[in-house]
Every structure is written in structure tokens, then in C-alpha cells.
Ligand binder design. Structure first.
Ligand code: BDP
Length: 741
């Protein structure tokens, strides 16, 4: 697989060279100096297109570091030749020779110091190394990396109870090398805190990706199952390297067609490629599939024929994909069919599928993202109202998948009240890695701080310390099946994610899914070192850019708890003026509620009382104007324009201040990035530089459009220090983007 990706990237490089040569031949002919061609050809550098992600395995140039590594890794042993062990073997061969600039041979016995030994805890050579207690602790996926002596020789051992665990350990070890970490005395034990760590691809069968900003879907359905794009392997490999162990291939707005025999064979082909990397395949199940592809007249989950249709379908799937993970379902939400079409509950629907999957250990991830415009209730409350009463009624292989916040992946939301609110049901936390509401394909926004903000939020469900992370890792309420999902940002663009820094968000999701206690800084640092360079100064600057980026986006888009004020439908750019649409809950005015008195959604007891869905003292804190964190102020309160903020500014001034600060932060990010010119390749430097130019322009657009619009309500002048918009509100309101992605 690595070979294939190497060939692929060579092909790419060849194309670049080819273009250069054509241009040069033209010049050469003109100047009759063909010999120059040869010289230039020889020195043409390879394209840095981002394809290799964080798995670049660049030659180590620091001689001190290199010498230590060469002393500690002279040869390697991979016990066994299972598919996964072969993957490990190949990865080590490729990575070590690249890193160390010399061949690291595979051997079959420990004879010398500096042997790296990879195998499961049950392999004869490692059986005595890991004690029984530890072995149990490691579970199925945990690994250990140890410096020990075997046959009197200095070895590094990577082990775990399964091949997959050893694979995770191998990638961890390679990460240590890539970040120039100390490997002289290793004693690492790492166990994933969450069991199901999945990407959700919102990919359609026509290869369009809903809310995707990185090209077409990676899955070339038309050519599958015969044609296996080498990229599938590289995709699996990238995921394994950060501990992601599942992928939902299809959009939550599902097409039943993927469940037809023709498509299931294509799915099976992908599953075969992913299997050695420990990556399980899941599909979205369209609730009305029995009608659409089964020729039935109903999809009522309580009708026996419907239930047996699903049982047969599931059995067919497992006959093709023995390790199929299960279904993800979006039901009775945004027009998707579901059990409520037949007067049945979400539990009736989920349990029917769960029953069909149970014999094969498959699971159902049933989404709680439901809201209905015809219900005269605050949208933020509806998922809780719907699902809370169902707590405890789901089968044990059903997990309820809850978005991080109660509305919809906004730049900032308070945590979803269902976290902590359903103690008897395992919950999957769903995050959006693709940046639908965070600048889409062109803004650099590092999302680890957003993920962490939710994971670290204290629900107080069982008193202080009941953080969201403990709800989803099962430790708070004692659940064994646990999960976390990220809506993928990948596509078929060469660099996978469109914006190079989108890679960092994929990376961060995987790392946090494995260990939510890692800090955003730690993860950023790792990613920068693996993606660019180990130069400390460089790392510090890029880390600074990343760490301010999310707050910057909140400030220039939706500061102080504002939310859902983006462009209609495509969600691109600001549009706080959206109103009078067929659904009130898809307009902006529904959420900001600005009027001449003030701005914000009153969700206190005087308003929608959404605060009551939180435990005490969170409910009190969110619900009391003076106690509410200002970052959530307008989420929970309708606040007068002259209200004094903690800064001493009035609310109106503070709003102007935040929008300005957001723009300033982007300018700072630009300045910082510009100091890095010549420190990395021109290609990636320019890519980010140009995208930052767009980001600055769009940050100004957000600031101007929003402040001009809200000024029509506040009727107050812009503060003196405010950089005045150079055009009118009408100008912004008349912009249209018929071809926005
Ligand atoms: C919204 C997206 C929409 C998705 C929906 C969901 O705009 O495309 O289908 O989320 O999560 O944010 O189902």
C-alpha cells in the first residue's frame, strides 16, 4: 500500500516535471540550448502537495537525534504474517529507512542490541514480557511500548493483545520518532478511552459530498468493486495511524440504494481494503429502504414483514462483510423518513434494526439530531424533549448519537443537555470536522479547542466532575459500548482536506477519540512536527496560529453566544437578515432576535426555559444574566444594548469589539505565517498564505455585514476605534452565491 501511494505521488511528481519539461523544451528550442534542459531537469524539486499527511517520515537531519535512533533501532522483528502484521512490517520498512536514511533489516531472532520487536502478547517470544493483569487491562486495542532486555540484548517491544493493537502501537512509536521524542527508556501503556471511533462521511453515491469542501467523495462507486483506488489504502492507513477504527461510508441523508446487492459488493470491496488496518465499515440505513428497494408498502417497524426484511438484509450484509460495524440512522429529521411516519417512536425504529444486527455484534448509532418546525418549541430543546423520555428503552446495541451542541455545529455552542440527561443509554458524541459553519474550505480554524470545550464541559449529572467526556467514555454511568463520531472533511483533492490545515482537524479528532485527556496544544504540536518540521521556533509560531484560530472564527462570525446567522442553504458567509422562509427555524432572526431593545434568545425561565434541561448549578449559571459566561450570553439571554459587560463596554460596543478582534486575530495569523516564508516548501507556504488572504477578507465581510445589520436595531454609532465598513448593508444583503459549494 505504501508502495502504491509512493507510485501515486511519483506519478504526481512526474506530471509536474512533465509540465516543466514541455515549457523548457519550448524555451530550449527557441534558444537552441537543449543541454540546459538536462541540468534543470536534474534539479527540479518534487511537489509538496500535502498528500502524505502526517505520515511523511522525513529523513532526520539532526545528527544527534539520528545517531541515537540508529543505535536503538538497528533491526526489527515482526512476529507472524497475518494481514495486519504484514501492514506493520511494510510500514516499518518504509518509515524506518526514510527516517534513518539507512536500511533497517528485518530479522527473526533477537541477537543484537537495538532490536525492535513487534508482536501480540500471546506470541511465544512476548508471552512472558507482559503480566496477566496488564494484559487484561490492555483490552483489545491497548498497546505497550517498552524498553527491555531480551536474551541480554537491548530491545524495544511493541505489543498488545491483538494485531490491531500492535498496529496502533507501531504508529505511536513512529510518531515518537517523527516528533524527535526520547526513545531510550520507553515505558508506555496506551488504551483508548472510547471504543467506537468513527468518521461519518456525508458522501452521496454520485460522489458529491454534502458539506464537503475537498472535492468529490473518495469512494469511486462507479468503478468499484473491481477497481481499487490505491487511495483507499492510504485512507485506511491514515485513520489507523490516529486510532480511528470505523468509517460510515454514506451520507446521513441516506440513499437506500447502497443496500442493494450491487452496492453491497462495492462496500465489501472497500471493507476488504480497510480490514488489515482495523477499520470497520458502517452504512447509513434509510428507514424507508424496505419500500424503496424491498418492494414493500410500508416501513412500519412494528410490522413483522418489515422486521424480517431488515433481518434478511442484515444477514446478506454479513455474508459479504463478516465484520460489518452496523448502521447509522438519521430518522424523522430534516425530511428523512423514520418510525414516526407510522406513529412509532425512535426506540421502536432503533430497536428493530438493533435486533437484526445483534446476532452479528453489530450496532445502531441512532441520531438525536431531530427538530420540527411545526412544533412550537425552541429548536434547542427539541432533541432533549424527544429522547429524554426514551432513556432506558433502547436495546443494548443501540447508541444515541448526539451533536456536541443543541443546535447544529455552530462555531460555539454550549454542550448538548442530553449529555448527562440519558444515564441509561450509551451516547455517541458527534463533532463536525468538515467546516460547514467555520469558514468551509478556506478558513484556517483548528478545531481541537472546540472539541475539547465540549468534552471538558461539566454536566454535573452526578455532581461536580461529570464532564461530557466521562459520559461518552462510559465511565460516568458504567457503559461498555462507547463511541465518538466526526463528520469527515476528506475528499479526492490531492491534500485530502482542501485546506492543508484541515488535516490537523482530522488528526485532532482521531487523537482525542483515542485519548480525550490530550490537550489541544499537545496535539497541534505533534501534527506540526509530523507535517512540517521539528524546528522549535517554527513549531511555536504555527502552534500560536492554530491556537488562536478557533476563537478568532467565533469572534468574527458569532461572538457572545450568537448562532445560526450564516448564509441561506449553502451556509456560506454572514446573513443575519435571513427571515420569512418556509421554516422559521432555518432563519437567522429566529436565533438572534435582535430588536431595538436588545439582542439574544431568551432561554431562561422567562423565555423558552431551555436552561432547565441542564443540571444544577449549570442551569442556574446559564440562566442568570450576571452568572452566565459571556461567551454564551446571547445564546441564553435577550440583553439590552446598553447592558454593561465585564469589560466595562456596553453590549453594543462589546459586539463591535468582538467582531473587530476577530478580524485582528486573522491579521495576526497572517503576520505570523508570513514570518515562515522560506522555512518550508514554497508550495505549502503559498497555499496557506493565499487562503489566509481569503480568510481575512471574509472575516471583514462577517464583521461589516453583521455590525451594519445589528446597528439597524441598536441605533447606536460605531465606536471611534471601529474600522468603518467601506460599503453599505444593502451591498452585503445583495450578494449572492449560486455556486457556493
Ligand atoms: C446540518 C447540515 C445538513 C446535514 C445536517 C445533519 O447543514 O447538511 O444533513 O446537519 O447533521 O448542519 O443531518
Amino acid at each position: 500500500m505504501i508502495l502504491e501511494s509512493k507510485i501515486l505521488s511519483l506519478k504526481e511528481r512526474y506530471c509536474t516535471l512533465h509540465k516543466n519539461i514541455i515549457v523548457l523544451i519550448w524555451y530550449g528550442k527557441k534558444m537552441r540550448r537543449y543541454f540546459i534542459l538536462l541540468i534543470v531537469f536534474t534539479f527540479t524539486t518534487f511537489a509538496e502537495d500535502g498528500y502524505r499527511l502526517w505520515l511523511r517520515y522525513e529523513r532526520i537531519t539532526d545528527s544527534k537525534v539520528l545517531n541515537t535512533y540508529r543505535a536503538y533501532i538497528k533491526e526489527f522483528i515482526v512476529v507472524d504474517s497475518t494481514e495486519t502484521m504484514n501492514v506493520i512490517r511494510e510500514e516499518l520498512r518504509y518509515a524506518l529507512s526514510n527516517y534513518l536514511g539507512c536500511k533497517v533489516n528485518e530479522v527473526y531472532e533477537v541477537k543484537n542490541d537495538g532490536t525492535l520487536l513487534c508482536g501480540t502478547t500471546s506470541s511465544p517470544i512476548l508471552r512472558t514480557v507482559v503480566r496477566e493483569v496488564k494484559r487484561r487491562e490492555l483490552g483489545d486495542e491497548g498497546f505497550m511500548i517498552l524498553s527491555i532486555r531480551i536474551n541480554g540484548k537491548q530491545c524495544i517491544v511493541i505489543t498488545g493483545n491483538s494485531d490491531k493493537a500492535v498496529l496502533y502501537g507501531t504508529f505511536h512509536f513512529l510518531r515518537l520518532i517523527g516528533t524527535h521524542s526520547d526513545i531510550t527508556k520507553l515505558s508506555i501503556i496506551s488504551i483508548p478511552k472510547i471504543k467506537i471511533r468513527v468518521l461519518n462521511h456525508w458522501d452521496n453515491l454520485d460522489r458529491k459530498v454534502e458539506r464537503g469542501y475537498a472535492g468529490l467523495s473518495l469512494w469511486d462507486w462507479h468503478k468499484l468493486p473491481e477497481y481499487i483506488d490505491p487511495r483507499y489504502r492510504d485512507y485506511a492507513r491514515a485513520n489507523a495511524s490516529i486510532g480511528i477504527n470505523g468509517t460510515v461510508l454514506t451520507n446521513v441523508n441516506a440513499n437506500a440504494y447502497v443496500l442493494t446487492p450491487q452496492y453491497l459488493r462495492k462496500v465489501a470491496a472497500l471493507a476488504n481494503v480497510f480490514r488489515p488496518y482495523g477499520l470497520k465499515v458502517y452504512l447509513t440505513a434509510r428507514f424507508s429502504a424496505p419500500i424503496e428497494i424491498g418492494g414493500m408498502h410500508t416501513a412500519d417497524p412494528l410490522i413483522p414483514e418489515v422486521r424480517s426484511w431488515w433481518r434478511r438484509k442484515v444477514s446478506e450484509i454479513y455474508s459479504l462483510i463478516p465484520d460489518f460495524g452496523g448502521f447509522l440512522v438519521k430518522a424523522n429529521s430534516e425530511g428523512q423518513p423514520g418510525p414516526q411516519n407510522y406513529g412509532r417512536s425512535h426506540a421502536d425504529g432503533a430497536n428493530m434494526l438493533a435486533e437484526a444486527l445483534a446476532p452479528y455484534n453489530g450496532i445502531v448509532m441512532w441520531r438525536a439530531f431531530v427538530y420540527d418546525n411545526s412544533i412550537p418549541e425552541d429548536r434547542a430543546k427539541q432533541a432533549y424533549n424527544e429522547f429524554k423520555p426514551l432513556d432506558g428503552t433502547f436495546h443494548s446495541n443501540v447508541l444515541i448519537q448526539v451533536k456536541n451542541g443543541p443546535i447544529d455545529f455552530q462555531p460555539r455552542e454550549p454542550f448538548h443537555p442530553l449529555f448527562g440527561g440519558m444515564p441509561n443509554t450509551p451516547l455517541v458524541a458527534e463533532f463536525q470536522i468538515t467546516q460547514e459553519y467555520l469558514g468551509q474550505g478556506t478558513h484556517l480554524v483548528y478545531l481541537a479547542p472546540l472539541f475539547k470545550e465540549c468534552l471538558d464541559s461539566d454536566t454535573y449529572a452526578k455532581g461536580e466532575g461529570s464532564i461530557v467526556a466521562k459520559v461518552i467514555d462510559g465511565s460516568l454511568f458504567g457503559h461498555n459500548v462507547t463511541g465518538i463520531a466526526g463528520v469527515a472533511n476528506t475528499g479526492n483533492e490531492r491534500n485530502w482536506t482542501g485546506h492543508l490545515f484541515g488535516q490537523a482537524n482530522w488528526y485532532a479528532f482521531g487523537r482525542l477519540a483515542w485519548d480525550h485527556s490530550l490537550s489541544s496544544e499537545e496535539i497541534a504540536q505533534e501534527w506540526i512536527r509530523l507535517t512540517f518540521t521539528n524546528n522549535n521556533e517554527f513549531v511555536l509560531i504555527v502552534k500560536q496560529i492554530m491556537m488562536i484560530s478557533r476563537e478568532a472564527a467565533v469572534l468574527y462570525m458569532t461572538p457572545l453566544g450568537l448562532h445560526h446567522i450564516m448564509g441561506w442553504d449553502h451556509h456560506y458567509g454572514p446573513a443575519p437578515w435571513i427571515k420569512d422562509k418556509h421554516r422559521a427555524d432555518w432563519t437567522s432572526v429566529y436565533y438572534h432576535r435582535a430588536d431595538t431593545l436588545g439582542i439574544g434568545f431568551d432561554r431562561t425561565a422567562k423565555g423558552s426555559n431551555a436552561v432547565a434541561q441542564y443540571f444544577s448549578p449549570v442551569a442556574l449559571q446559564f440562566g442568570t444574566l450576571e452568572l452566565c459566561p459571556e461567551k454564551y450570553l446571547l445564546w441564553f439571554h435577550h440583553v439590552p444594548w446598553d447592558y454593561r459587560m465585564r469589560s466595562g463596554r456596553t453590549l453594543w460596543e462589546e459586539l463591535c469589539y468582538c467582531y473587530s478582534a476577530g478580524v485582528d486575530s486573522v491579521r495576526k495569523m497572517q503576520r505570523l505565517w508570513n514570518t515562515l516564508e522560506h522555512q518550508i516548501d514554497e508550495e505549502r507556504f503559498d497555499h496557506v498564505r493565499m487562503l489566509l488572504t481569503i480568510q481575512e477578507k471574509e472575516a471583514r465581510w462577517w464583521k461589516n455585514a453583521c455590525c451594519l445589520y445589528f446597528q439597524t436595531f441598536s441605533r447606536r454609532p460605531f465606536p471611534e476605534w471601529f474600522e468603518k465598513p467601506d460599503t453599505t448593508l444593502e451591498y452585503y444583503q445583495n450578494l449572492s452565491f449560486p455556486f457556493a459549494p
